[in-house]
Design a protein around this ligand. Structure first.
Ligand code: ADP
Ligand code: MG
Length: 553
């Protein structure tokens, strides 16, 4: 142990181990297998780098990205540790040189891609004295993980070929099913699983729902300006989404770059480089952005759309605040996001698991208990304390008996023969004086104007709650007509009480004048786009969006 600490100090300049690092290292020294789960930035690398230095021979490290390997090897060499990489981008003579160095025992850590493992399996690997094998980003082996890479599945040959070498699999993101899959596929022998805390108390968590596009933009502009334009990432669902957001933000003098898998490698590298070196502060990106980006001062992450799983979400917000300083995260979601994601999930190869993961994500967004508790328990880390740093803790929900309110809405739905969409229903309830309503005789309905006391936004919020509570449903096949469910009928007939959560008005932000506009041009008030508008819009765009949906490169 003392020796290990000395090595830690000598090669990495640190005076103590972080939680679990020492135990994990001991386990490798005992030639046993392990699975390590630590959040991004938690310090996984040391867990195999230090025993690699300590043990005789060469450690073989599998990593999915050439850029990642390059960074790590350069870092090690800078610390005086002989490390090398073998990858397809290197000229053959250099690869030959590296192979020779390995055979001569002059390399302590050899970083290699999964394809590289396959091509070196029969010639090079048996000729070197392998001290340990580390599989970094091990979730890539699993279909259930969020970044499946087919090349990773071949890694199961490692255990067959080198049964005596200790194997360590490391990842920042794996729920229970992914963990089991990693262990099985890599054929880990009697493995111990190490899970370090996933808690990131420095990240604030906020979720807002049902905002129109314009309201989202206004909130983003406000958010970015509040952060004095420090570095941040906005995740979008589609490639087009990233590009149109870049354009939109430029209207408010916010310079951003797009990043997605449809760009050329050169464009992507430039975007990444500009961001890392603070030449541009905002990246509008798809899921393609992030792995291996080691930028410590990302101050905020926004999800323009809801991610498809809690793993993705946590991984993505985890890119903020890696220096431990306070950072903010904000997620928007809407019925139309859920609709789209459900469609993707249904078309994916793993329909059941994808839907299940989506469902967990949706429930996280809709829950009204401490968000961090939900996240931590998702990763197997239950806690009995509320965090105080999420929107629910800051604004605890208050319940009230909303039976009468719900009854008004439900009878409104019945009186239109269940042919009203949300927008129309709210207009009827509020007794809106609109020609379309009188023309069709809606003003003669008994429910016309019975909900005058509530604003449009309040009704929208309560109808969302009624949807979630299962009192009504939306018929997506018609033009978003609302239907009353059997449970809704019970409320209507007074057989059951409806507990609702008090709508808390969140601040709406007015957009500043667009660049080049007149200084005194009045700012038009934001118009709330109706939920169905968004829904219909999304149905029409569904095909298009599916066809341009982002694939991880
Ligand atoms: P991960 O691979 O888990 O995302 P890294 O291994 O890249 O994380 O480590 C993240 C940062 O934490 C690095 O800058 C690393 O040097 C630092 N670090 C790791 N272990 C320690 C330690 N024991 N003491 C201080 N800093 C550490
Ligand atoms: Mg790492």
């Amino acid at each position: 142990m003392r020796e290990l600490l000395l090595l830690l100090k000598r090669f990495f300049g640190y005076t103590s181990f972080r939680p679990l690092q020492a135990e994990i290292i001991q386990r490798i020294l005992q030639k046993e297998d392990s699975l390590v789960l630590m959040p991004t930035g938690g310090g996984k690398s040391i867990c195999f780098q230090l025993p690699a230095i300590y043990l005789p021979g060469t450690a073989v490290v599998v990593s999915p990205l050439i850029a990642l390997m390059k960074d790590q090897v350069e870092g090690l060499i800078a610390n005086g540790i002989p490390a090398a990489t073998l990858n397809s981008m290197m000229p053959e003579e250099e690869r030959h040189r590296v192979r020779q160095l390995c055979i001569q025992g002059k390399v302590k850590l050899l970083y290699i891609s999964p394809e590289g493992i396959m091509s070196e399996l029969h010639w090079l690997l048996p000729r070197i004295d392998i001290s340990l094998i580390a599989i970094d980003e091990a979730h890539c082996i699993s279909h259930w993980g969020h970044d499946f890479r087919p090349e990773y599945t071949q890694l199961s040959v490692l255990k067959d070929n080198f049964p005596k070498v200790p194997l360590i699999a490391l990842t920042a993101t794996a729920d229970k099913i992914t963990r089991t899959d990693i262990i099985n596929q890599l054929k880990l022998r009697d493995p111990q699983t190490f899970i370090s805390s996933f808690d990131r108390p420095n990240l604030s968590l906020t979720i807002r729902r049902g905002l129109s596009k314009k309201e989202k933009i206004a909130a983003i502009v406000h958010f970015i300006n509040k952060h004095h334009r420090q570095s941040g990432i906005i995740y979008c669902m589609s490639r087009n989404g990233t590009e149109s957001l870049v354009e939109e933000l430029s209207e408010y003098s916010i310079q951003a770059v797009a990043y997605h898998a449809g760009l050329s490698p050169m464009q992507r590298e430039k975007a990444q480089d500009d961001f890392i070196n603070d030449r541009v502060n905002v990246v509008c990106a798809t899921v393609a952005f992030g792995m291996g980006i080691d930028k410590s001062n990302v101050r905020w992450v926004i999800h323009y759309n809801m991610p498809g799983s809690i793993e993705n979400y946590y991984q993505e917000i985890g890119r903020a605040g890696r220096d431990g300083m306070k950072s903010d995260t904000l997620l928007f979601y809407s019925v139309s996001d859920i609709l789209l994601l459900r469609r993707f999930a249904e078309e994916s190869g793993q329909k059941d698991v994808s839907l299940q993961k989506l469902n967990r994500m949706r429930r996280y967004c809709e829950a009204d208990i401490c968000r961090r508790r939900i996240l931590l328990s998702y990763f197997g880390e239950e806690t009995d304390k509320d965090c105080g740093n999420c929107d629910v803790c800051k604004n605890p929900p208050q319940r009230f008996d909303g039976s009468v309110l719900v009854q008004k809405a439900l009878s409104g739905i019945f009186r239109t023969g269940q042919t009203a969409n949300m927008h129309l229903l709210i207009d009827i309830l509020r007794g809106a004086e609109k020609e379309e309503l009188t023309e069709k005789g809606y003003d003669k309905l008994k429910t016309y104007g019975v909900g005058k006391d509530l604003s449009y936004k309040e009704w929208k919020e309560y109808l969302y709650q009624m949807l979630q509570l299962g009192y009504i449903e939306i018929d997506y096949m018609s033009a978003g007509h609302l239907k009353v469910t059997p449970l809704g009928r019970k409320i209507l007939f007074g057989e059951q009480q409806a507990l609702l959560t008090v709508y808390q008005k969140t601040k709406d932000f007015a957009l500043p004048t667009r660049k080049g506009g007149y200084k005194y041009r009045p700012i038009r008030p934001l118009q709330s786009a109706s939920v169905e508008d968004t829904l219909l819009d999304s149905l029409q765009q569904l095909r298009k969006q599916i066809s341009e949906r982002e694939h991880i490169p």
